[in-house]
Design a protein around this ligand. Structure first.
Ligand code: UDX
Length: 415
C-alpha cells in the first residue's frame, strides 16, 4: 500500500471492485481501515472514505485466496550500482505463491521492473495456475488519481498471444477506461516493461535537453522560455516537459534512467544520451552556486532562504529533491539557511535535522525577511506573491512573473 498500491486500490474500489490491500506495516493497515490516508495525494482521503465498504486492508497474505487478480505494487528502490533492487518484488511473489489456492489467478505487475523480470516471476510460479501480466503505471505524484482515471494509455504485456483468458479479464478490469476511448496496447512482457522505462527516460531527456539549451541561452542573453514558446508551435515538439530550471527530482526519473543504463551495460550496449541526461541533471542545481560565485559572494555566514523543499509542488515528497543537493552544498559552504515549504518540512527534517545553521520556517515570507539571498526551488503558487524587497533572488523554476522581475535583484538559473 505504497503510492502505487493505494491509488490502484482506491481507484479500482471507486470503479466498483472489491479490493483487498495487503500491507505489512500494521500501523498503516490500521489507519487505512479507518479511512485515514497514509500518503498525501489530492483526492485520496475522500475516495478512501467513500469506498471503505469495498476496501479491506490487511497484513495477511491469506486474504489473496479470495481474489481473482493480484496486483504487485511494491517499490523497486535503487541499489548502490544504480540497478533496481527487486527483493520486495520477489518476496511478494514468494508470499503469493505460499498463499494460492486451487483456482486460476492473474498476477499483474505494476511495480517498475527491468526487462526480463516478468519472465523471472513466471519461473518462480511455473507450477502454479496463474497468468502473469505486465501492467506498468504512469501516475504522477500530485495528480495520481486524475492520472488513474484518465490515463493516456493502458499497457498490458502477456506471455504470448494464447493468453486469451488473462486478456479478457484485464480488459474487463479496465473496461471503464476503454469505454472512454483510452488507447490500449496489448503486447508481450518485455515490450511492456521497456515502454515504462523508455517513457520515463524520454521525459527525463526532454528536461535535461532544455536545461542544456537554457544554459547556452543564458550565456547568450536569450530567454529559454521564449525559445520554448517558439519551438512549441511545432506540433512535433509540443510544449510539455520543456520547463528549464534546476532539473528533475522525484522517485522515478533518476532511478529509471539509471536502471536503463545498467540494463544497456549488462547486454554490452552503450546508453550515451541517457548517461548525459543524468550528468546534466546532477550539475543543474549547482548553477545556483555559479551565479553566487560570479557575483563574488562568500556564503560563509550568509543568510539564505531556501524556498521549496519537495521535488515538485502539491506533494510532501522530498525524494531526490533538488533542495537536498542545494542544502547540502549551502551547509558545506557555511551558510545560515532558512528553509520553507508548505508541505515538505517534516520529510526534509528527517534528512537534515534542524541545527544552528539550518532553521525550518513554515512562513516563506519570514524566511525571506530573515535572509540576504533567496533561492526558489519548487514552484509552489504562493511563492509568486512574496515581497522580496531588494534581496538577491535566484529562481530555479521560473517562478517570479516576468513583469515583477524588472524591479527586483533577480537571476534565473538558466534564463
Ligand atoms: C514521473 C512521470 O511523469 C510519471 O509518468 C511516472 O509514472 C513517475 O514519474 P513524477 O515523478 O510524479 O512522475 O513527477 P513529474 O511531474 O514527472 O516531475 C518530475 C520532476 O521533473 C520534478 O522535479 C519536476 O519539477 C521536474 N520537471 C518536470 C522539470 O524540471 N521540467 C519539466 O518540464 C517537467
Amino acid at each position: 500500500m505504497g503510492y502505487v498500491g493505494l491509488i490502484q486500490s482506491i481507484g479500482l474500489a471507486e470503479i466498483g471492485f472489491e479490493v483487498v490491500g495487503v500491507e505489512i506495516d500494521k500501523e498503516k493497515v490500521e489507519k487505512l481501515n479507518k479511512g485515514i490516508p497514509t500518503i498525501y495525494e489530492k483526492g485520496v482521503e475522500e475516495l478512501l472514505k467513500r469506498n471503505l465498504s469495498r476496501l479491506e486492508f490487511t497484513s495477511s497474505y491469506e486474504k489473496i485466496k479470495e481474489c481473482d487478480v493480484i496486483f504487485i505494487c511494491v517499490g523497486t528502490p535503487q541499489d548502490k550500482h544504480g540497478k533496481p533492487n527487486l527483493n520486495f518484488v520477489f518476496s511478494a511473489v514468494e508470499s503469493i505463491k505460499n498463499n494460492l489456492n486451487d483456482g486460476y489467478k492473474i498476477i499483474a505487475v505494476k511495480s517498475t521492473v527491468p526487462v526480463g523480470t516478468n519472465r523471472k516471476i513466471r519461473e518462480i510460479l511455473k507450477e502454479e495456475e496463474v497468468d502473469i501480466v505486465s501492467n506498468p503505471e504512469f501516475l504522477r505524484e500530485g495528480s495520481a488519481l486524475e492520472d488513474f482515471f484518465n490515463p493516456d494509455r493502458v499497457v498490458l504485456g502477456f506471455e504470448n498471444e494464447k493468453k486469451e483468458k488473462a486478456k479478457e479479464i484485464m480488459l474487463r478490469i479496465y473496461k471503464s477506461f476503454r469505454d472512454k476511448g483510452v488507447p490500449f496496447l496489448i503486447t508481450n512482457w518485455e515490450t511492456a516493461e521497456m515502454i515504462k522505462y523508455a517513457s520515463n527516460a524520454f521525459l527525463a531527456t526532454k528536461i535535461s535537453f532544455i536545461n542544456e539549451i537554457g544554459n547556452i541561452c543564458k550565456k547568450l542573453g536569450i530567454d529559454v522560455y521564449e525559445v520554448v514558446k517558439g519551438m512549441s508551435y511545432d506540433k512535433r515538439i509540443g510544449k510539455e516537459f520543456l520547463n528549464a530550471g534546476i532539473g528533475f527530482g522525484g522517485s522515478c526519473f533518476s532511478k529509471d534512467v539509471k536502471a536503463l543504463i545498467a540494463k544497456a551495460k549488462e547486454i554490452g550496449e552503450e546508453a550515451r544520451i541517457l548517461e548525459e541526461v543524468i550528468k546534466v541533471n546532477e550539475k543543474q542545481p549547482l548553477k545556483i552556486f555559479e551565479i553566487i560565485r560570479r557575483k563574488g559572494i562568500d556564503l560563509k555566514n550568509k543568510k539564505v532562504a531556501v524556498l521549496g523543499l519537495t521535488f515538485k509542488p502539491n506533494t510532501d515528497d522530498v525524494r531526490e529533491s533538488r533542495a537536498i543537493v542545494v542544502i547540502k552544498k549551502l551547509l558545506e559552504e557555511g551558510a545560515i539557511i532558512y528553509a520553507s515549504d508548505p508541505m515538505g518540512i517534516e520529510n526534509m527534517r528527517k534528512i537534515f535535522p534542524e541545527n544552528e545553521n539550518l532553521k525550518y520556517l513554515f512562513d516563506p515570507q519570514e524566511a525571506v525577511d530573515k535572509s540576504e539571498i533567496v533561492l526558489l526551488l519548487t514552484e509552489w503558487p504562493n511563492f509568486k506573491e512574496l515581497n522580496f524587497g531588494d534581496k538577491l533572488i535566484i529562481d530555479g523554476r521560473n517562478i517570479v512573473p516576468k513583469e515583477k522581475r524588472k524591479n527586483l535583484n533577480y537571476e534565473g538559473v538558466c534564463w
